[in-house]
Design a protein around this ligand. Structure first.
Ligand code: PLP
Length: 395
């Protein structure tokens, strides 16, 4: 699309040309306020309804169960905060150690006393070396003190998919609200909310070829919900603020495309990802897959190249116009492995050299061939100049 070989689609995606075209008229031509009484506003409201329908069709829910937000982070905040306080006795939130900060930091803030938090106690469930949760651990955590459980559908760093439908059933059996952050899952794996016990689900437009700045929250009919943004009566009193119509139309179109392209994600994108992964693991010594080999999104491969820095690999890939991301976050000058890598117990030498490749339907076979050609010599070169790499080569 831009000349770059873009393998960083879990960070953000290109806006699909069909999406750009669909939203265009809503900047200058159909700019009415969907809440207005006049026909000019009314026709805009109909397009918002269509978008809601398109999102609902992708999720397998009723359109009135979908509310539009500004991003995945807002959806996560709104969902978790809405569940509180249930009762003075239900003081626990159950989540996992590998959630996105949009969930983890929201939960941690809710541990603080009023007026910032609700004095909650947060249980962050551990994962194993494959990034998987233990269902018995979840069962043990779900006692009568729990107000809400928030567990992601798929992990942004490793692509590991959690058994969210089974967890939702466990919560329903115990009368506990269940929210899932499905920001990375929507459009990549089939989701049918008509057939599962999820109460709330977050999604984000810019992860599925809509623009940045729009998201949605599914709230099951009958689920307790208190608005996060207070003001006007938009979104049936559940999210105040004049609707960002061009963005909402874009999200609707992106969901319609995602529904049609789900097979492509499951087959062609998966095949490209598998080809890349297999070739790199075969041609680079001391390379290991992070995450579960099977229970994973079809587009994500997270590979550790031991004894070298992920940032150096990224910079050298960048010289070839290849975009990926690393499992370390550069904070205060030191390269700390991400909380996900730490939760999985990945050794420092491997976590530092972890690279996430995340593909999309716009990637081609030729692009993958190029990465397979370019990356192994980069790894060899970096190992030669790495003191750890030279030591490891001697042993
Ligand atoms: N949840 C997950 C799993 C994500 O990967 C992200 C973004 O990376 C978010 C939430 C936040 O979404 P947004 O960028 O739309 O706020």
């Amino acid at each position: 699309m831009s000349g770059a070989i873009y393998l960083d689609n879990n960070a953000t995606t290109a806006v699909a040309p069909e999406v750009k075209e669909a939203m265009e008229p809503f900047w200058t031509e159909f700019y009415g306020n969907p809440s207005s009484i006049h026909t000019f506003g009314g026709q805009v409201a109909r397009h918002v309804d269509t978008a809601r329908q398109q999102v609902a069709e992708l999720l397998g829910c009723h359109p009135t169960e979908v509310l539009f937000t500004s991003c995945g982070t807002e959806s996560d905040n709104a969902a978790i905060r809405s569940a509180l306080p249930v009762s003075p006795h239900r003081k626990k939130i159950v989540t996992t150690r590998v959630e996105h900060p949009a969930v983890l930091n929201t939960c941690r803030t809710l541990e603080r006393p009023a007026p910032i938090g609700f004095d909650m106690r947060v249980v962050e469930l551990p994962v194993d070396q494959y990034g998987e949760l233990s269902l018995p651990d979840i069962g043990n955590a779900l006692d009568e003190d729990v107000a809400v459980v928030s567990i992601m559908w798929a992990n942004n760093e490793t692509g590991v998919v959690f058994p969210v439908e089974r967890i939702a059933d466990m919560c329903r059996d115990r009368g506990i609200l269940f929210h899932t952050d499905a920001v990375q899952a929507v459009g990549k794996v089939p989701i049918d909310l008509s057939n599962c016990a999820v109460d709330m689900l977050s999604l984000s437009g810019h992860k599925l070829h809509a623009p940045k700045g729009v998201g949605a929250l599914y709230v099951r009919h009958g689920c307790r919900f208190q608005p996060f943004l207070i003001g006007g009566h938009q979104e049936r009193n559940r999210r105040a603020g004049t609707e960002a119509v061009p963005m909402i139309v874009a999200l609707g179109k992106a969901c319609e495309l995602a529904r049609r392209r789900l097979d492509d994600e499951q087959t062609r994108v998966r095949a490209l990802r598998d080809k890349l992964e297999k070739a790199l693991l075969a041609s680079c010594p001391d390379a290991k897959l992070n995450g579960h080999p099977d229970h994973r999104l079809p587009n994500t491969a997270n590979i550790s190249f031991e004894y070298i820095e992920g940032e150096s690999i990224l910079l050298m890939l960048d010289e070839h116009g290849i975009c990926a991301s690393s499992g370390s976050a550069c904070t205060t000058g030191s390269l700390e492995p991400s909380h996900v890598m730490r939760a999985m117990g990945i050794p420092y030498t491997a976590a530092h050299g972890s690279i996430r490749f995340s593909l999309s339907v716009y990637n081609s076979n030729a692009e993958i061939d190029k990465v397979i050609e370019v990356l192994p010599p980069i790894i060899r070169r970096l190992r030669e100049i790495s003191p750890f790499g030279r030591e490891a080569a001697k042993t």
